[in-house]
Design a binder for this molecule. Structure first.
Ligand code: NDP
Length: 464
């Protein structure tokens, strides 16, 4: 393995961190995204472990990369034609150091253990940053809801929950949505849990408002990402007003990122799905966004249809050469909101060459490590997903509080709390980066601040 850590003369700390990463690679072979996520965190922890050797002596990182529990199970279900299918279900309970396991479920054909290990690992840091008492977890299945009828999705969700319900609960593990799991899926999962367990509890978040959900939860990840971007820009005396913005994805996070950008006077000009991207040089306004929401959330159509309805826009099919020409469109800001590793090194170079001043990640780990290095070298404002997109899980935490108290806060109350939490996450990342000698590096700030909070709790709780 080439050195992941950049010291020329390795100290005890760098050798220790390299050994942890090497161990992860050896013990979890083939789990490339998990290796990437751990290496990205490890290389930023040198100063904090140098300053506090107890974290090394207590083997904190060794324990953080090993899930407390991994559940894998068979999910058999029957399609509308009577054919039997078998998918694989997962739940990774990564860390309960600062609260019950918390994190989304992803239903997508690309789901496998390594993908969920990366997402669960990131979730631990993200949840720590929110200031709320939530541990980290992630789950899902390689089931593809695309093209399936509502009844097929329901039967799948019921079969998935039949097993998962043994392992979760409002004080143990509280799943939520992610790619392929929206309010429809949460409804079917919740209904089945309630039936089997004979309890109406806050075991899932992202519920509809009429049965235990929180206002602003659907909007929270997108809105929060934009609030984080606002905070970053404010450090340079700038605002989003008048900024041209690239947005990828067209699901939950992308839709509400666009909505908030429009509200703040910015001009979002793109959206995408796995088929390709649309570029609308006139800008996506509220009316166009409303049409996209109907297309994606009700008709479950493809983003390509946008150009039939709005012919001044263009559609570019997804590239297969590792580049995404979406990121070569000239703009001031970029909001990747689709999936992991969607900004390659050359894509990041194109963004920088076009003078982008800010990248705020609505998706989890959308930028490959080479791309992050390019953003750092260019000195642009770079908000990593584990900080910038933490608004979703933060409002999930607020949903849990409302469920426990049997009350409902108003839209404005929740939005105000979300804003406050995003401002606090921004402050924490900025101050921590400064404290450790890398001012402006939000990725280092997020990793160290999240790590310290979890590490201190782990030391308090002994070797468990
Ligand atoms: P959705 O399922 O609502 O939307 C996902 C979007 O990304 C769709 O447009 C989808 O296109 C596209 N996409 C998914 N996989 C790929 C792929 N392999 N290649 C190209 N496009 C792809 O998911 P969300 O909006 O909820 O999630 C988007 C990102 O945000 C994920 O990284 C998720 O982990 C992250 N996130 C989500 C949170 C939430 O609250 N929902 C919270 C924090 C982070 P298509 O329909 O063609 O698949």
């Amino acid at each position: 393995m080439t050195s992941l850590l950049k010291d020329e003369l390795p100290s005890i700390t760098t050798r220790y961190l390299e050994a942890v990463v090497a161990d992860v690679v050896a013990r979890s072979p083939g789990e490339q995204e998990f290796h990437q996520a751990v290496a990205e965190v490890a290389e930023t922890l040198v100063p904090v472990l140098e300053r506090n050797p107890a974290y090394r002596e207590w083997k904190i990182l060794d324990r953080m990369v090993e899930p407390e529990r991994v559940i894998m199970f068979r999910v058999p279900w029957v399609d509308d034609r009577g054919e039997i299918h078998v998918n694989r279900g997962y739940r990774i309970e990564m860390s309960s150091a600062i609260g019950p396991f918390k994190g989304g479920l992803r239903f997508h054909p690309s789901v496998y253990l390594g993908l969920l290990m990366f997402l669960a690992f990131e979730q631990v840091f993200k949840n720590a940053l929110t200031t709320l008492p939530m541990g980290g977890g992630k789950g899902g299945s390689d089931f593809d809801p695309k093209g399936r009828s509502d009844l097929e999705v329901m039967r799948f969700c019921q079969s998935y929950m039949t097993e998962l319900q043994r392992h979760i609960g409002p004080f143990t593990d509280i799943p939520a949505g992610d790619i392929g799991v929206g309010s429809r899926e949460i409804g079917y999962l919740f209904g089945h849990y309630k039936r089997i367990r004979n309890e109406f509890s806050g075991v899932l978040t992202g519920k509809e408002i009429e049965w235990g959900g929180s206002l602003i939860r659907p909007e929270a990840t997108g809105y929060g990402t934009v609030y984080f971007a606002e905070e970053m820009l404010a450090t340079r005396g700038e605002t989003l007003d008048g900024m041209t913005c690239l947005v990828s994805g067209s699901g939950n996070v992308a839709q509400y990122t666009v909505e908030k950008l429009i509200a703040l006077g910015a001009k979002p000009v793109s959206l995408s799905d796995s088929g390709g991207f649309v570029h609308d040089p006139d800008g996506i306004d509220d009316e166009k966004l409303h049409w996209v929401m109907e297309l994606k959330n009700v008709r479950r159509g493809r983003i390509q249809e946008y150009v039939e309805r709005f012919p001044r826009a263009t559609f570019t099919p997804a590239a297969t050469d590792g580049r995404n020409p979406l990121w070569a469109i000239p703009a001031h800001c970029a909001f990747p909101c689709a999936t992991q590793n969607e900004i390659s090194g050359p894509d990041a170079a194109a963004l920088v060459a076009n003078g982008v001043v800010l990248v705020a990640e609505g998706a989890n780990m959308p930028t490959v490590p080479e791309g992050v290095d390019r953003f750092r070298a260019a000195g642009i404002l770079y908000g990593p997903g584990k900080a910038a997109n933490a608004g979703g899980v933060a409002v999930s935490g607020l949903e849990m509080s409302q469920d426990a108290l049997r009350i409902t806060w108003t839209r404005d109350e929740v939005d105000l709390r979300l804003r406050g939490i995003m401002a606090s996450i921004h402050r924490t990342c900025r101050d921590t980066a400064e404290e450790y000698g890398v001012p402006g590096d939000y990725a280092v700030g997020a990793n160290i601040a999240g790590f310290v909070k979890v590490a201190d709790a782990m030391i308090d709780q002994g070797v468990v």
